[in-house]
Design a protein around this ligand. Structure first.
Ligand code: HEM
Length: 505
């Protein structure tokens, strides 16, 4: 018994020694950093009091301007460098991208096919897949999908209208807008990525959306094992661990299988994401492995288009409505633009018309500055970076964080950063700022592939709502909005409640 206790004591001491040594890395290198906790590293208050992106924002603002272009950080046991200098941001994301092409997140294509998405896969496989998928997102393809987005926008308008009709007061109705716009983006992406009329606008319990939400929030093991999966992705893969829950995987596999069978049988063409993916699948089936996609590859990409495209855009729309409710002058100016452009286009929503709505774009860009949904970007060093230069040297295997929220709230870049000012995004104002200072879609070869689509569906949805309704703050509106600190994305903890009043035509 005493031998066993001695062995346990030795093992615990060795573990503590290894943890201390690991956590002493930045100290030994003389890189500025906060002293890490032996187990949590520098994220002790994460998911309790501070959102992860705010932890990185505060770190950026604290260490910006030090003698080094980054500060040392530990995400639990993971060695992390938080970039605090725009020149180094540019090198990581663009100029020296070949050192930083992966994110270092978990995927396991064999045991968990849904996890092997464009977002997570690495190296040559990522390069090849990105190259194959890029033509799916050209402006020509966006134009083809535009009518689907408009059709769902019309439905959203009807749902808002029915909610207001059912309300008692004549001065409008207080609505929780995030849920409503999330049903709009879910229907748009469900349509374009899976070819489904999932109709969550009219049926909030639509399986497609509830399972989609579970895919984001529920993981196969949860809790401590999640930390292991994200902290040690390669080891987790070797141990054949999974991220996604089995019934979520089964659900999406069936939908995709049925959609492919249906489209191949009926030869129906919808010009959407699924059509492009099926074209690549057919190439693979015909033996062209180089340009083709296997069933599992297709499945994972349809899945990530939904997961990455649905909540990001709806959250952006929710925050935009919140800011517009608080800035009636901006809202009036925006409505005037929307009406004037629509007037020139036969009062119809056209692809060209929406492109002409420059002020709308500025409003969306300023919203994404204040609320970049994915507010910290990550890359991983595959090889030692700049070993000859002690200031910039980042060792192999380090996770690099680009604190987008910090850069967006840096008063040297955006004076009075708390204020909502769409005029920050006129062409001249953008040209006057350094590059890599607006990062809601990331930057460089691994930026958001769905940028055009995300902007298109956000702009169309907002244009429909602002044309038809006056949005204003209500007693129930939370000011400032409480952010959900448990989520990786920036989102409102209690939704966004606003007064919505129909504008008489
Ligand atoms: C407002 C809407 C959206 C926002 C704010 C957004 C934001 C982002 C961000 C910040 C990244 C990481 C970029 C980086 O690391 O440099 C990303 C990656 C990605 N996004 Fe989006 N996104 C949006 C819409 C969409 C849509 C509509 C789709 C697909 C239909 C999509 C698919 C993806 C994919 C596949 C990646 C991974 C790209 C790669 O690693 O090659 N996103 N997105």
């Amino acid at each position: 018994m005493s031998l066993l206790l001695t062995l346990i004591a030795i093992a615990v001491s060795l573990l503590l020694f290894a943890a201390r040594r690991r956590m002493g890395y930045w100290q030994r290198r003389g890189i500025p950093h906060d002293v890490p906790h032996p187990f949590f590293g520098n994220i002790k208050d994460w998911s309790k009091t501070r959102h992860i992106a705010k932890i990185f924002r505060d770190y950026y603002l604290k260490y910006k301007g030090s003698d080094y272009p980054f500060a040392g950080f530990f995400f639990f046991f993971t060695r992390t460098a938080v970039i605090t200098d725009l020149e180094l941001v540019k090198r990581v994301m663009i100029k020296d991208f070949n050192h930083f092409e992966n994110r270092g997140v978990f995927y396991n294509e064999i045991d968990d096919p849904l996890s092997a998405t464009l977002f997570s896969i690495e190296g040559q496989k990522w390069r090849h897949l990105r190259h194959k998928l890029t033509p799916t997102f050209t402006s020509g393809k966006m134009k083809h999908m535009f009518p689907i987005v408009v059709k769902v926008g019309e439905e959203m308008e009807k749902v808002f209208s029915s909610k207001i009709n059912s309300g008692a007061s004549s001065g409008g109705q207080v609505l929780e807008v995030v849920d409503l716009v999330a049903r709009y983006t879910a229907d748009v992406i469900g349509n374009c990525a899976f070819g489904l009329d999932c109709n969550s606008l009219h049926n909030p319990q639509a399986d497609f959306v509830t399972v989609g939400k579970r895919a984001i929030t529920e993981h196969a093991y949860g809790g401590l094992l999640d930390i292991f999966l994200f902290g040690f992705p390669k080891l987790s893969r070797r141990l054949r661990l999974k991220l996604n829950v089995q019934d979520v995987e089964d659900f999406y596999t069936k939908i995709v299988r049925d959609t492919i069978d249906y489209r191949l049988k009926t030869k129906e063409k919808r010009n959407d994401f699924m059509d492009s993916l099926i074209e690549m699948y057919q190439k693979e089936q015909a033996g062209n492995k180089e340009d083709g996609l296997s069933f599992n590859e297709l499945l994972a990409q349809a899945f990530i288009f939904f997961v990455a495209g649905f909540e990001t855009s709806s959250t952006t729309m929710g925050f935009a409505l919140y800011e517009l409710a608080r800035h009636q002058d901006v809202q009036d100016k925006l409505r005037a633009e929307i009406n004037s452009v629509l007037g020139k286009h036969n009062n119809e929503f056209t692809y060209e018309g929406v492109k002409e709505m420059k002020y709308l774009e500025q409003v969306v860009m300023e919203t994404l500055r204040k609320y970049p949904v994915l507010a910290h970007l990550t890359r991983m060093t595959e090889t030692d970076f700049a070993p000859e230069d002690p200031k910039n040297f980042i060792g192999k295997g380090t996770i690099v964080v680009i604190p987008a929220l910090g850069i967006h709230y840096d008063p040297d870049i955006y004076p009075e950063p708390e204020k909502f000012k769409p005029e920050r995004f006129t062409e001249e104002a953008i040209a006057a700022r350094p590059s890599c200072t607006w990062l809601p879609f990331g930057e460089g070869p691994r930026n958001c592939i769905g940028l055009r689509f995300g902007l298109m569906q956000t702009c169309v949805g907002l244009a429909y709502l602002i044309r038809g309704y006056k949005i204003s703050v209500a007693p129930q509106t939370e000011i400032p909005i409480q952010i959900n600190v448990k989520s990786i994305l920036l989102s409102a903890l209690n939704g966004i409640h606003l007064n919505v009043e129909r504008i008489s035509k």
